[in-house]
Design a protein around this ligand. Sequence first.
Ligand SMILES: Cc1cc2nc3c(=O)[nH]c(=O)nc-3n(C[C@H](O)[C@H](O)[C@H](O)COP(=O)(O)OP(=O)(O)OC[C@H]3O[C@@H](n4cnc5c(N)ncnc54)[C@H](O)[C@@H]3O)c2cc1C
Length: 548
Amino acid sequence: MGGPSAHNPVSAGGASPLRLDCDVLIIGGGLSAGWAAIGAARAGASVILVDKGYFGTSGVTATAGPGHWWVPPDGDLREQAIQRRHALSGGLADPHWMARIIDQTWRTLPTLAAYYQFPVDDKGVTQYRALRGPEYLRALRNLVQDLGVTILDHSPALELLLHDDGAVAGASGIRRQLNQAWTIRAAAIVMATGGCAFRSHLLGAHTNTGDGYLMAAEAGAQLSGMEFSNYYTVAQAKTTMTRSMSYAFARYFDSDNRELAIAPGPQMNDGLARALLKGAVFCTLDKTPLDIQAQLPQISPNVMLPFVRSGIDPYRDRFEVTLRGEGTVRGSGGLRVIDESCQTSVRGLFAAGDAATRELIAGATSGGGAQNSAWALSSGLWAGQGAAALARKNGRRINTPVKACGEAGLRPLREVARIDSRAVIAAVQREMLPLDKNLFRSGIGLEKSLQALDSIWIEIRNHAHAQPSSNAALAIRESAALTASARWCYRAAQARRESRGMHQRSDTPAQDAQYDYRLLTGGLDKVWTAADPRTHASTQTDMKESVA
Ligand SMILES: Cc1cc2nc3c(=O)[nH]c(=O)nc-3n(C[C@H](O)[C@H](O)[C@H](O)COP(=O)(O)OP(=O)(O)OC[C@H]3O[C@@H](n4cnc5c(N)ncnc54)[C@H](O)[C@@H]3O)c2cc1C
C-alpha cells in the first residue's frame, strides 16, 4: 500500500477541486477518529483524516476530561464490572463487547505515554483512567502526524461515493477556508463523526449534527438504538458547561427559595426536569467537601470559568440551572455494526465512537463517564485496523467509475427553492429539545412530532440545493442531517412501545419482554424500523415502513 497521492494538488487559495486517494479515509476529528487513524496507519495503510473542525480541538471531549472504563485484569474484577453495568443496560448490552473494550483500553492507553504525561498518585502509581481533553486530543494529533497521516482540517465531508457493487469508494466535501471542493477516493472509510446533539449548546457539540448518520444511510447503512437518544445533562443556565461531576453534591430550589426534593444520583435528571417544566430552578453546591472544591479546578480547569465570568461562587451562591439535550452523544444510538471490526452494513464503511451504536456496551442507558471513551478508543482502533485490512485485500480501485450518493440538499427532487437552514434547525429543535417531548415521551406526542419532522424533510428533500463547494452546502447538509436523525430517533421511539433505560413513555410505562431486542431503523424518504435479527430471530421479517 503506497502513500496518499494527489491527482490535482492544492494551489494556495485556488478553487480548483482537490482530488486525492488513499487506502483509508477517516471522517471526523475527535477521540475515535484519532484512534482510528492510529489503528489504520500502524497497520500499514496510507491514511487521510478530514475534520469539520480542527483535529486536536474539536469533538465533545476536546474541552472535557474523558474518563475511560478502566478495570485491571485482577481476579474477577472485570467480570464484576461487566455484570454491574450489564444489569443497568436494560438487557441490551453484550458482555463479550464490554470485555473487549475493557481489555483494549487497558492495553492501549499506556502506549500514549510518549505523547501524554500521565499523572502519578501519592503511592507512585501512574493514573491512566481520566485524561485532560485538550492535552489528550493534542497528543492524538501529534501521534497521528508522526505516523504520516495526512490531515485536512476545516474540511467536512458532505457525501459518500459508491462503487457499482455497493461498496464504499470515497467521499466528497469542502475545504471551508478555501471555498474549495475535495474528493478523496479510498478503499475503505471510517465514519467517526460523533453523535447528534441537535445543536443544544452541549459542550463541544456544535459540529455534532448527525452528518455521518445521513451520509451512511444514503449509502444504505442501518442504524440501531436511535430511541435511546434522550439523555440530558445539567448545566448552569445560559452556559454550555455540561460537565456534571460538580453536581454530585447539588441542592436545588424553586424561585420561592423552597428546597426541592431532588437527590443527586440516577433519578436526579427526572426530578430536575419535572421541576424545570414548572418554572426556574436554582442550585447551590454548598455541600461539596472542601477537598473536592480544591481538586476540581485541577481536574477540570474550565469547569469554574462560567461561574467566574458571571461572578458566582457556586459553593455559596445560588445560580439558575438548565438541562441540555445530548441526543445520541451520551445517548446510545448510532450506526449498526455487523462484525468485530465495526464494519457497517455497507461494505468498506466502518463506524467508530459516537457515530456507531453503543448499545453493545451500554444498552438502553448512557455510556457517558467511562464506557463511551473506552468504546471510542477501541472501536476507533478496530475500525482503523479493519479498514486497513480491507484496503490491503481489495486495493483502491481508483480507475473504476463511482456514484455520488448524497441526496437532501445536494440533488433536489423538484424545483430549487430557498430553504433557510437556520429555520430548519429551529424547527427540528422545537421537537427534539423540549423535556416534555423528548425526555417524557408518549405515543401521541411522538406522532405529532413526526408529522412536523416529516414535512420539514419533504421540503428539504424536494427543494434544497447548494453548490457542493460552498459553505452553504455544509449548512444545508447539516440541517438535513439533523432532520433525518430526529426522524430516526422518534420513529424508533414510536416503535418501541414500552419504557426501557432512558426511553420512557407515559403511555407504556413498563418494560415489556416483547421488546427484549435491539431495534434497527433507516431509510430516508421512507423511514423503517425492524427488530435486529441477531437479537430477535423470530421478528427478522417484521419490517415496518412509514412513509414521509
Ligand atoms: C462534555 C462531555 C464529556 C464527556 N465525558 C466523557 C467521559 O468522561 N467518559 C466517557 O466515557 N464519555 C464521555 N463523553 C461521551 C463522549 O461522547 C465520547 O466519550 C467521545 O468523545 C466520543 O468521541 P467521538 O470521536 O466519537 O466523537 P466526538 O468527540 O464528538 O468527535 C466527532 C468529530 O467528528 C467531526 N465531524 C462531524 N461531522 C463531520 C463531517 N461532516 N465531516 C468531517 N468531520 C465531521 C467533528 O468535528 C468532531 O471532530 C462525554 C461527552 C460530553 C458531551
